[in-house]
Design a protein around this ligand. Structure first.
Ligand code: UD1
Length: 415
């Protein structure tokens, strides 16, 4: 079993370019199936979730080729073959193939999606919306969609689900008529998907707002698109420097997408300078505790950064309260942080963290992607050596993060 061996205490210094966004590129890859031709994605991250998605695209007939960090997809031929549980277990984003296949083939059959163990993660909002678009949805062992009567609808989401919003956009983009989505998710990854589709000939307005209007078009055309930078990876490096100390410059960043992440760091005493496409972050002594932080849909504080802030709170000066409002089971990492000496009490959706001056290295095991990143960040600032297993979770979303951290001066190696 692979493990990362991290000797804490080295401050981080230097400049590092952020990778393309996992959560943005997966919907773009699904969207490539709606385009009857070539899609070229520049700056695509080489991570296992992307590899899993390339397998899925190939399964339905697309040709997929890597040229360094460019992903070339040719979806001239797409067949709505049954996508079984062995294909859907590793990534949650496979659910987006439903919307794409509905648009392209008017039919889709797929097993229920897997992904990280951070909560129940149902798909009821996705399927209810499809039904409103006159898709005949049958649930059983698998989800079957017959979209021969697909047409536009007025849809009000009960919760602004990121995946459901993207799935509706995908299904409606080449459907008949006009679709309106109210209470749409405003996450940047929804906006990136819409911009991609508009560049390919789709008609979408209200991009970036909670009200999207999609006018179905006959067909989309070939496109080349740059994958935007990963805001959560940027947040991870930001957390790393606040844990280990030092000063780093992150390039290829969209700082405006990180406002809710930068704010609590600055309030806690970290120095963060925002330039046009760069962020310079410096640790100035021990961070103050986060009085109260709660995860919310964008533009609120992202759930994907919650575990990383739990790690920071573990050594902050004072008591922090962190509330998780999006995924109910996302405090799994607290138990592992405790093995490093963190004092965390979890009560339902709230965690109370009594900040310690230092954490101490130990062997820890990650159970999900962002939990793995949080353990890495905690270990970088801890005394002594940490052995981190569950590295395959890191590989789902981070491109060689240990090499990135090593390049900044961290003492970290893969074993
Ligand atoms: C996406 C991101 C994930 C991020 C999350 C919230 C990708 C590939 N993943 O996940 O990293 O943590 O947004 O920002 O982009 N829900 C339902 N029924 C549904 C759909 C969702 O109850 O049909 C609930 C979920 O269980 C969860 C909440 O809504 O409690 C948010 O889920 P959603 O916004 O859909 O997240 P994802 O798209 O799965």
């Amino acid at each position: 079993m692979a493990a990362l061996i991290i000797s804490g205490g080295n401050p981080l210094y230097g400049k590092i370019k952020m990778q393309g966004s996992k959560n943005a590129v997966l919907p773009l890859m699904a969207a490539s199936l709606v385009i009857p031709g070539k899609t070229t994605l520049l700056g695509c991250p080489r991570i296992s979730d992307v590899f899993a998605m390339t397998d899925l695209l190939r399964k339905v007939g697309a040709k997929v080729l890597w040229q360094e960090d460019t992903l070339c997809i040719d979806a001239s031929v797409v067949q709505p073959v049954v996508i079984g549980p062995e294909d859907t277990k590793s990534t949650r984003a496979c659910i987006l193939l439903l919307g794409a296949l509905i648009s392209r083939c008017r039919s889709a059959v797929m097993a229920y999606p897997g992904g990280c163990a951070i909560g129940k993660r149902p798909v009821d909002i996705h399927l209810a919306a499809f039904k409103q678009l006159k898709v005949c949805v049958t649930e059983g062992e698998q989800i079957s969609c017959d979209a021969s009567k697909l047409c536009g609808a007025e849809i009000s989401l009960t919760f602004p689900s990121v995946g459901a919003t993207q799935n509706i956009v995908l299904a409606a983009v080449c459907g008949r008529g006009v679709t309106r989505i109210h209470n749409a998710a405003r996450e940047p990854e929804v906006a990136w998907l819409c911009r991609f589709l508009v560049q390919a000939g789709a008609k979408i307005s209200g991009i970036g707002t909670a009200h999207l209007l999609i006018e179905g078009v006959e067909r989309l055309h070939e496109i080349t698109f740059s994958v935007p930078p990963d805001r959560i990876v940027t947040g991870t490096y930001l957390a790393a420097v606040m844990s280990a100390g030092g000063e780093i410059q992150m390039t290829n960043v969209c700082p405006e997408e990180l406002t809710a992440v930068i704010r609590p760091i600055v309030q806690a005493g970290g120095a963060v300078r925002v330039l046009e496409k760069e962020i310079i972050a410096k640790k100035r002594g021990r961070l103050a505790a986060f009085d109260y932080l709660c995860t919310e849909p964008y533009p609120g504080f992202p759930t994907d950064m919650q575990s990383l802030f739990l790690a920071l709170a573990a050594t902050a000066n004072g008591t922090s309260v962190i509330e998780e409002k999006i995924f109910e089971a996302r405090f799994g990492v607290a138990k592992e942080l405790a093995r490093l000496g963190a004092r965390i009490w979890v009560d339902g959706a709230c965690a109370l963290v009594d900040g310690q001056r230092t954490l101490r290295g130990n062997s820890v095991h990650a159970g999900d992607l962002r939990g793995a990143a949080a353990l890495l960040v905690a270990a970088l600032g801890a005394e002594g050596t940490t052995q981190l297993t569950g590295v395959e979770f890191l590989e789902r979303g981070y491109e060689n993060i240990w090499e990135g951290m090593s390049g900044l001066g961290a003492d970290i190696r893969m074993e």
